[in-house]
Design a protein around this ligand. Structure first.
Ligand code: EPU
Length: 358
């Protein structure tokens, strides 16, 4: 299971801080008590290159952990958990209308949003308060309130794990889609993201149409929005709807909003006139609100033992304290089965499930 490229692994423990049998409970937002055989925090590019040189990652069971806010561990992890802790945010290019901002993978995503809105750089204010790290954000193309990360990505810097060499990915090479990217699919476990470069604008251009932003700005007494006031409004909306992992373990939306064929949608809509849906990129399909499906299946506020479905948002599975990963997984399976039986729609997890799959 653990493969070293040579016998230098012994040395590595001295230089690299490899922790044995390490608890991940503080490193996953579900707060699941779980252990990994080895934990390696990587603080510099040199350390990343070094680990690529000494470990044969093609033969090693490993998981690259971001902020741990989108991962469910269903048992102990028998391998290496690698966490990138690179820091730094800098403006690398500036014109009167736009800027290129480079941010390191280990930065907290919301810290980057605050840096940008405070400087008057627009484009990611709608993505305020999304938990997680900068390095994890591109993997699932984080999105909220009508904006996705792909809308501002300029380039992504990553290290190829087999060679330790840096590669720059253009926007098109990242192959972004709804909660997915090439880093999650064809390049899975081949690259480690070190930096992202965003192209942000300075002019007053906003996305305000989605889910209560205008109403919230109005209650805040804002008549002329700014990147900062929109960020504040989004933070208010999210705090109202979503539980903070510090108070209630969770990983945000547990399932993706499923895509179904238009023909199936038309039949369902007749039966359930309240069905909530969104247009999809593909004209033959419609995106259905997973939260609506789960609520209609009777799960909103449902609790079983230490786990449950959040009372204010049906897409959030929560750990009320003391839950195991298996308990969360069992609840997810129950929801998946009931939704499939009732609506003939298969829910797929948005959260990365490490261990048993559903
Ligand atoms: N709804 C219900 N029942 C509920 C909750 C919501 O019927 O319990 C309905 C709402 O009334 C609304 C619709 O479902 O009409 C959509 O709800 P919401 O605006 O909260 O968005 P979502 O589709 O459930 C997505 C993202 C969230 C993101 C929000 C806001 C996914 C899987 N989730 O949720 O992202 O914050 O939009 O833009 O796409 C995340 O990825 O972890 C995440 C939280």
């Amino acid at each position: 299971m653990l493969a070293a490229k040579n016998t230098k692994l012994q040395h590595t423990a001295i230089f690299m801080h490899i922790f044995n049998n390490y608890s991940l409970q503080q490193l996953n937002s579900f707060g699941i008590p779980t252990f990994t055989s080895y934990y390696i925090p990587l603080n510099t590019l040199t350390e990343i290159e070094h680990i690529c040189n000494i470990l044969d990652l093609s033969k090693t069971h490993f998981y690259i952990l971001g902020g741990g806010t989108n991962t469910l561990f269903t048992g102990d992890f028998p391998g290496y958990v690698i966490q990138v802790k690179l820091t730094g945010i800098e403006v690398v290019n500036e014109t009167p209308h736009s800027v290129l901002v480079k941010a390191a993978a280990g930065i907290n995503w919301h810290e980057l949003v605050l840096f940008c809105v405070n400087k008057g750089y627009g484009g990611i204010e709608n993505l305020s308060l999304i938990p997680g790290s900068v390095g994890a954000a591109p993997l699932q193309n984080i999105g909220a309130y009508g904006v996705e990360l792909k809308d501002t990505i300029h380039t992504i810097e990553a290290i190829e794990l087999s060679t330790g060499k840096t590669r720059i990915f253009s926007l098109s090479e990242c192959e972004f889609g709804y909660r997915t990217s090439a880093f999650k699919t064809k390049f899975h476990n081949q690259y480690l993201i070190t930096n992202i470069v965003l192209k942000l604008h300075k002019e007053a251009r906003f996305v305000l149409t989605y889910g209560g932003i205008l109403e919230t700005l109005e209650t805040m007494g804002v008549h002329k929005p700014s990147f900062k006031s929109i960020s504040d409004a989004i933070m208010m909306i999210r705090k109202r709807k979503l539980p903070h992992p510090m108070h209630l373990g969770n990983a945000g939306s547990f399932f993706k909003n499923p895509l179904i064929p238009i023909t199936q949608y038309q039949l369902l809509q007749k039966k359930y006139p309240g069905l909530i849906s969104f247009t999809a990129d593909n004209e033959h399909f419609i995106k259905i609100s997973a939260a609506w499906l789960i609520e209609a299946a009777g799960f909103k506020g449902f609790r079983k033992g230490n786990v449950g479905v959040y009372e204010s948002h049906a897409l959030i599975l929560v750990n009320y304290g003391g839950a195991t990963g298996k308990e969360v997984l069992n609840l997810a399976n129950l929801i998946k089965q009931k939704v499939a039986n009732q609506f003939d729609i298969t829910l797929t997890p948005e959260v990365n499930i490490m261990g048993e799959y559903i």
